[in-house]
Design a protein around this ligand. Sequence first.
Ligand code: PAF
Length: 288
Amino acid sequence: MKSYQTIDDIRAAVQSAKQAGKTVGLVPTMGFLHEGHLELIRQSKQDCDATVVSIFVNPTQFNDASDYQNYPVDIKRDLDLLANENVDLVFLPNPQEMYPEDVPELKMSMPSLTANLCGKFRPGHFDGVLLVVSKLFQIVSPSKAYFGLKDYQQYLVIHAMARALNFPVKVLGCETIREEDGLAMSSRNARLSRKARGHAALIPRALNLVQKTLQDRRGRRSVDCAELCEIAWDVVESGTLNRVEYMDIVDPNTLEILETLVPDQEARIATAVFCDGVRLIDNRSIQF
Ligand code: PAF
C-alpha cells in the first residue's frame, strides 16, 4: 500500500496503474474508518484491479465550525485498517492541497435534490460535498466510485452530479452496515457516551416500526405519511437524549416529501437526530 499527499503524486500513481491496464475504484472517505467503509473498499476490490481510498476531512461541507473541529481523526489507525484490506493507493491531502485558494470561489449545487432532508437543515453542506467529490473524480478518474447508502441523499446528489458533468465513472451505492442493535455505522458514533449510544439504537427501531406499521395496514387504500412519521418521531424521542431534526417519507428518486402512500408504492423514510448533541442520520426503504 502506498500513500500520497499531493495531487501530482496520486495522479502519477493512478496513471501508472492505468497504463498497466488496471481499472481503478475510488472510495472517498473522511477517515476514522469503520466496518461500513471497509465494506465499500471490499466491494471496490472485488470490482476493480486497483483501489484508491481518499481520507480528507473536507472543510467546505461543514456548515457548523464546531462539528468540523470535533470530527474524529486517527490517521494511524486508518492506515493500519487500510493496509489490512490490501488497499493499493491512499490519498491523504491537506486542506491547502485541495483548496489552495483557502475559500474556494467555485460553487456547485444541486437545488432540487437538496431542498429537503439534510439539504434543508445543513445549508451549503452538499455544495461542499459536490465540490470535493468532483475534485476527487478529476484527480483520480476512477471507473467506479463507492458511497454508503446511509447517506442516501449524498449518494443521489453525487450520482446526479457525475451524470451532469459527464464523468466517466459509475457511482455505486452500497447498503448501510449496522451494529448488532441496528444502529447505522458512522464515524460519529465514536462521540456517543454509553448512555447516548443506548438511546441512538432507537433510531433504526423507529424506522423499522414504520415498515411494520405499513404491513399491518395492508388492505387500506392509502396511508398518511405524517402519521407514520409521528409514530417514528415519538419512538426516537422516547430516548430523552434524542432530539429529532427531521423525519420524512420521500420519493426515492426525487426526494420530494410524500403526503400519502398507496399500495406497492416504494418510498424512503429518512431522519436526522441529535443524540446528546451528536448528529446522526439514517434511512431505509419502505413499501406499502
Ligand atoms: O461521506 C463522506 O464521508 C463525505 O461526505 C465524502 C463523500 C467523503 C466527501 O467528503
